[in-house]
Design a protein around this ligand. Structure first.
Ligand code: DUC
Ligand code: ZN
Ligand code: ZN
Length: 471
């Protein structure tokens, strides 16, 4: 029997190995891996490597920040950018405004995503105000409806107190949801910021000193203990320091249900990116800030050891102008400059360059950190692997093609590329979403609204039995 589509003659990352196989695709799913398949459409993939479509579980899309600033990307532009870089599933945030019911926040984001998203998507329920009416009932109902992750902050003006985080963890643990935490100690940051401003240190580079590593270390350690006492699963977002990796490793060794991610900007950039002339460094401002080479080595070691399981983008798009980074003026001091940079599109190429071309953890490790582990940990059973029964979400890579990023060559709506001048070896030449090409040879073929909302399965205290992540 013929398939709808056969990807013929390539090498395929599957089951922790690289094999030569045709991929037979029927009705949007992978039907078989093997040889000699017929298909209504046949794509020649000799010399190419097929990896699972990227699953990016941490991206800010069409979201209002805590500072009241809208992201530069809509669902349409962010998911276009995702597809161009090989990512086929995103989990962004349904951000509760203070005073807003959770159910209203999720309905608002879901409506906009259904209209604009060109790749498959889900939401973290981002909590800023647990005092609103029906908070607990709404949270339980949303989790039961398939929104199986929650986001809380220990800093910013949307910070929650430990007592509130404990309450949310108890509900999430019982109801089968994963709680994701931005973990930095707010008091340490507040004191450092006040001291710097008093000294007249207001430039983007001073942002790094305003978020001392101890702020992350303390909050990560504390959140690990909250997970331990509630037995509720926790995902520590964007780990940046060696000491935080050690805290997570120790908590996991004690049996705490802790998982963690880091991002390309912590693996490949150091704090000196912030120290460009004038306000140029604002392009790279994010929280936590980039750290040191020693931290990069510790993050890689943490990924290799399985203490950290995921590399996400933390795509947080703001233009380098008055609509974004400089919404408070061109000379705004660092606390008034929006945090974040675009990352949805370059995440896979940067990681492919390091891991597949550069040999760090290899093709199977690349597939695990960028697709398989996020799909497993966030309850996306049909995503993240090239195997029969899974959605036919694939990326085809030209392994020999070297590309140097330019100033404005991403397909988001941000207008600058924080990786300008970086050369990657290995380039995505086609992206398939459920068997449909959404990118081919640099041409975007996606359709706004074609992405599906992903109802997610329950998440237990042992979210996934995948290499290096289960306890
Ligand atoms: N830090 C965050 O916490 N969120 C968005 C972007 C950033 O840099
Ligand atoms: Zn964060
Ligand atoms: Zn974020």
């Amino acid at each position: 029997m013929g398939h709808d589509l056969v990807i013929r003659g390539g090498r395929v990352v599957t089951g922790g190995a690289v094999v030569e196989a045709d991929i037979g695709i029927t009705e949007g799913r992978i039907a078989a891996l093997g040889h000699g398949f017929d298909g209504a459409e046949v794509v020649r993939a000799e010399g190419l490597l097929a990896t699972p479509g990227g699953v990016d579980p941490h991206c800010h899309i069409e979201q209002m920040s805590g500072m009241g600033l809208m992201n530069a990307d809509t669902f349409e532009t962010a998911t276009r950018s995702a597809a161009m870089g090989g990512t086929t599933s995103v989990i962004s945030f349904a951000a509760q405004a203070k005073g807003q019911r959770l159910s209203d926040a999720v309905a608002d984001y879901a409506t906009r995503a259904a209209r604009g998203a060109a790749v498959d998507h889900a939401f973290h329920i981002s909590v800023s105000d647990p005092s609103v009416p029906a908070f607990e009932d709404d949270l339980r109902a949303l989790i039961a409806a398939g929104h199986r992750s929650i986001k809380v902050f220990t800093t910013y003006n949307i910070k929650l107190e430990d007592a509130d985080i404990l309450g949310i963890l108890r509900i999430a643990g019982e109801a089968g949801a994963l709680t994701c935490i931005h973990a930095e100690n707010d008091a340490i940051i507040g004191a450092a910021r006040a001291r710097l401003l008093a000294e007249g240190r207001t430039r983007p580079i001073d942002h790094a000193a305003s978020r001392p590593r101890e702020a992350e270390i303390e909050a990560v350690a504390r959140m690990c203990r909250l997970a331990e006492v509630t037995r509720a699963p926790v995902m520590i977002f964007h780990v940046s320091t060696a000491e935080a990796v050690a805290e997570i490793a120790a908590a996991r060794a004690r049996g705490a249900p802790i998982w963690a991610e880091t991002c390309p900007h912590y693996l490949f950039q150091t704090e000196d990116v912030l120290d460009r002339p004038g306000t140029e460094g604002a392009k790279w401002m994010c929280s936590p800030p980039q750290r040191t080479k020693a931290d990069q080595a510790a993050l890689w070691a943490g990924l290799a050891a399985g203490h950290l399981q995921i590399v996400s983008s933390d795509h947080a798009p703001y233009r380098f102008d008055e609509t974004g980074k400089f919404s408070n003026g061109r000379d705004a001091p660092f606390p008034a400059i929006a945090n974040g940079m675009p990352g949805l599109e370059p995440r896979l190429p940067l990681m492919f360059d390091a891991m597949v071309s550069g040999g760090r953890l290899g093709p199977a490790g690349f597939a695990r950190l960028t697709a398989e582990a996020p799909a497993a940990l966030y309850g996306l059973p049909g995503k993240g692997r090239i195997a029969p029964g899974y959605d036919a979400d694939l990326v085809l890579w030209d392994m020999g093609r070297a590309v140097t990023y330019g100033a404005d060559d991403l397909h988001d709506n941000v207008g600058y590329n924080p990786w300008e001048g970086t050369t990657v070896t290995g380039w995505p030449v086609a992206t398939y979403l459920r068997g449909q090409a959404v990118m081919r040879e640099g041409d975007y073929l996606g359709q706004p609204g074609a992405g599906r909302w992903l109802m997610r399965a329950g998440i237990g205290t042992r979210p996934a039995d995948i290499m290096g992540t289960s306890r």
